[in-house]
Structures are given as structure tokens and as C-alpha cells.
Design a protein around this ligand. Structure first.
Ligand SMILES: [Zn+2]
Length: 440
């Protein structure tokens, strides 16, 4: 029984099996993360195939994986025949949205094999706050999509190995960094980080021993002139291919948009790699329109943002509240707004203040448009950490952003700071707090 993989882009690929067409994480055009990332290669050649898809699996809510404008390419009248597969979440935001725009939906229970159609099943498992990975079983072909997941515990690998009876046909995993690493003048930090991701891919290959490995989910570039420097040390697919070849345990497969590969067959990667080389050579920042924000509006937005963050603190658990608040929050973050030469002092518990010029104790330098975005959405801080449209005065300054981002993600996921939350997420919180020690 044959299984064909047809390449789309970034983290998106089609699986064609016995007349059923599945696609993962479709993002085919446009900038994401507040004009922070774009695709390295164009993807307009397979829209027709996308329009005939039966199932769309979405790994997580980041816009390079869950991209509503791409989903909407499918005409409204066809959407009910297309099923979106997404893991169960507390907030049900993705599922509800997809339903609202007319798709059929199926929620996947974490840690459970769900039959999707005939002999096709999905075993979805959560990873970290938002991510998830999936084992796709197509008769006896196993496609393991690890996506952006950072798997640091051996138990998860053991779980996977047991589930697949020790046999993975195709492993797909991220090969490059995907968040802000260092200021422009710190390429060494990015070099180290790039190596970390490539080494992690090899580690996965060594543990899981797949027949074939497709390095993916890193076909994006930092596309704004404020973050273009981040591309200087980003891992390229030919580096990933070379490392897999050198390691010798698995055969690397590199596909260019629209390339087709029959699982199990040989593939000559050189044509795809040459095309990627050409695309990478041509990259340049996009000239986005960036408008300065109104200062008064920013201040009131900041105060509203604090109100929304404070909602996660449950008044019934005063002690945990006080302890947690004192560790995770901070006195203030000093945002220096370079376009309007003003420092905005933000604190969750105190009123926002502004002062002309750059204060000596500034933390984060950014455009006022970016700060507006940060306050506008609960996940705004996270977006800033991904899109790297800022520079920092110190590691501690970035650590403050990580702590703020954690609170924002809690709001976004509808989590309350309760005793059960503290217990369930103890290690995660400690990890966030400790992150300041290895912040770049
Ligand atoms: Zn992501």
C-alpha cells in the first residue's frame, strides 16, 4: 500500500494514502508574527491540491502552523467536507474558530489513538504549553511529525517507541531556531543556538532510528529590517541534510514545494537543495509600513493589559498568589521607543508612566508599533520574543519579557493561577524562572 508525501512548505506537507489526502499546518503566504517572518520559498503551485484536501492536521496555534488566511483559500461551500484535526484544549479557540468558518472538526484526545478514516489513525500528544506532535499511522506506514516540540525527557521517546513498535518510517522535525537569540552584535549566540537545534535533530534520529528523516518547520526567515540580522546563523536545509548523512543512521529527504516522494523510495535531494540555495541567496527584508503609536493610547492599552493579566490571580489563594506574584512579576520593564524617543515604564501592579528620551536603566528597545501589538493581545509578548523586533540591554531585561509572556499565555489559554495549576505546572514555572540564567 503506497503512501506518498507531497511537499508544501515550512511545516506543511500532504500525505496521500489510498485516495485520502491529508495536509499538516498549512501556511502558504503572507507575513506572520506581526510582520516578523515570511516563507523562504514561494508556494503558489499547489493550491489546487490544497483545495481537494480531506483532512487538515494543525499542531499548534502559532501563525506559521495555524494560519486562517490560508485556511480560507478553501471555498466556503467545500469546507464542511474538510475535517480539521486539532488536540483538545481548555479554551477550544482553534476548534471553535474553524467550526465558525464552516469546517468540520475533530478534537483529538491527547495520548489516544484516534481512527481518522479506515486504516488511518492519529495519535496526538501535547508538548509544552502549546505544541503537539503526532504519529500518523497509514496502514502499517508510520509518519512521526515532531514539529516544533522540544522533547527533553526520555519517557516521551520511550512512549513513542512503544507506540510504533520500534519502527518509524518517516520522521519530520524542526531543524532551526525559531525565537529571538541575542542582539545584532551577538552572532556567536545564534551560532551556538543553530548548532543546538541541528544536534537535537540528530539526537532524535539516534533515539528513534527512523528509516527516513525530513528536516522541516524551518523554511521561514526573519523578514523585517528590524530582525533581518537573525538570519545570519540560521540553519539551512543542506546543513541538516549533511549532518543526517554523516550520522548515517537514517536517510535524509529534502523536498521543494510541489515535489512528490513515495515513502520508502530513493530521492535525489540535490535539485531541491539547489532551489533552496537560490531562494536563500535572494532573501532581503520586506519594507513593511510601520506607523508610530499614539503615546496616550499606548498608556491606556498598557493599563488594560495589566487588568487582564491580574485576572489570573485567584483571590481565594492569597498565599500562593503573593508568593507567585513576587517571583514571577517584576517591579517594571523600561521600554525605550526608538521611533518617538520616549521611555515607557510598564509594571503589572503600578500605573504606566512615560518620560522623554532613553532612561539610563532601559530594558528593551523597540518600535512603538511593536509595543502596541504587545499590549493588544495576551500572546503579544510571546510574538515579540519570536519575531525578535527588539534589542535588549541585558539578559535580565529579556528574562522579564519571558516572565510577562508566561502570564500572557496563561490568560490566552484561560488558565487561572490556582493551587492545582501551581502543582501541575510547578516544573514549567521553575523553568521559566530559571530561564533567566540561560537567556540570550
Ligand atoms: Zn510554534
Amino acid at each position: 500500500m503506497s503512501t506518498k508525501i507531497i511537499w508544501a512548505n515550512h511545516a506543511s506537507f500532504f500525505v496521500e494514502h489510498e485516495g485520502t489526502l491529508i495536509v499538516t499546518d498549512p501556511w502558504y503566504f503572507g507575513a506572520v508574527f506581526n510582520n516578523g517572518w515570511e516563507l523562504v520559498s514561494q508556494t503558489d503551485s499547489f493550491y489546487e491540491r490544497f483545495l481537494t484536501v480531506d483532512f487538515i492536521w494543525v499542531s499548534h496555534e502559532h501563525p506559521d502552523h495555524f494560519h486562517p488566511p490560508t485556511l480560507k483559500l478553501i471555498p466556503e461551500e467545500r469546507r464542511k467536507d474538510v475535517t480539521i484535526l486539532f488536540h483538545k484544549t481548555q479554551d477550544r479557540r482553534v476548534i471553535d474558530y474553524c467550526k465558525k468558518i464552516g469546517f468540520s472538526v475533530k478534537e483529538l484526545n491527547a495520548g489516544w489513538e484516534e481512527i481518522v478514516k479506515d486504516k488511518i489513525s492519529f495519535y496526538n500528544e501535547k508538548n509544552g504549553v502549546e505544541d503537539s506532535w503526532v504519529i500518523m499511522k497509514l496502514n502499517d506506514t508510520i509518519v512521526l511529525n515532531l514539529n516544533d516540540c522540544i522533547i527533553s525527557d526520555n519517557n516521551t521517546y520511550q512512549e513513542i517507541k512503544t507506540l510504533v513498535n520500534g519502527k518509524v518510517d518517516v520522521l519530520l522535525s524542526q531543524f532551526g531556531y525559531a525565537e529571538r537569540i541575542g542582539n545584532p552584535d551577538e552572532p556567536q549566540l545564534r551560532k551556538t543556538e543553530a548548532k543546538f537545534w541541528l544536534d537535537s535533530l540528530i539526537k532524535q534520529v539516534e533515539i528513534l532510528n527512523p528509516d527516513f528523516t525530513i528536516p522541516f518547520a524551518s523554511y521561514k526567515f526573519f523578514s523585517h529590517d528590524e530582525n533581518f540580522y537573525m538570519n545570519d546563523e540560521a540553519a539551512k536545509p543542506w546543513e541538516a541534510e549533511e549532518m543526517i548523512l554523516e550520522n548515517g543512521l537514517s536517510k535524509p529527504i529534502v523536498l521543494y514545494p510541489s515535489d512528490e516522494w513515495e515513502v520508502g523510495s530513493k530521492n535525489d535531494n540535490s535539485t531541491a537543495l539547489n532551489k533552496y540555495k537560490t531562494d536563500w541567496d535572494k532573501l532581503k527584508p520586506t519594507n513593511y509600513e510601520t506607523a508610530s503609536s499614539d503615546l496616550n493610547q499606548l498608556v491606556s492599552q498598557a493599563d488594560e493589559y495589566s487588568t487582564s493579566l491580574l485576572k489570573i490571580f485567584s483571590p481565594s489563594i492569597k498565599l500562593a498568589n503573593t508568593v507567585f506574584a513576587s517571583i514571577i512579576s517584576f517591579n517594571s520593564i523600561q521600554f525605550y521607543l526608538k521611533d518617538i524617543d520616549t521611555t515607557l515604564s510598564y509594571s503589572i501592579r503600578n500605573k504606566t508612566t512615560v518620560e522623554k528620551g532613553r532612561k539610563i536603566n532601559w530594558d528593551i528597545e523597540l518600535h512603538s508599533e511593536s509595543l502596541k501589538y504587545l499590549f493588544k493581545f495576551p500572546y503579544g509578548t510571546n510574538t515579540l520574543l519570536v519575531n525578535a523586533r527588539f534589542s535588549s540591554s541585558s539578559k535580565e531585561a529579556v528574562a522579564k519579557l519571558y516572565r510577562l509572556a508566561h502570564l500572557g499565555l496563561m490568560v490566552s489559554a484561560n488558565e487561572k493561577l490556582s493551587v492545582p495549576y501551581l502543582m501541575k505546572n510547578f516544573t514549567k514555572i521553575i523553568a521559566t524562572l530559571l530561564k533567566r540564567n540561560k537567556i540570550n
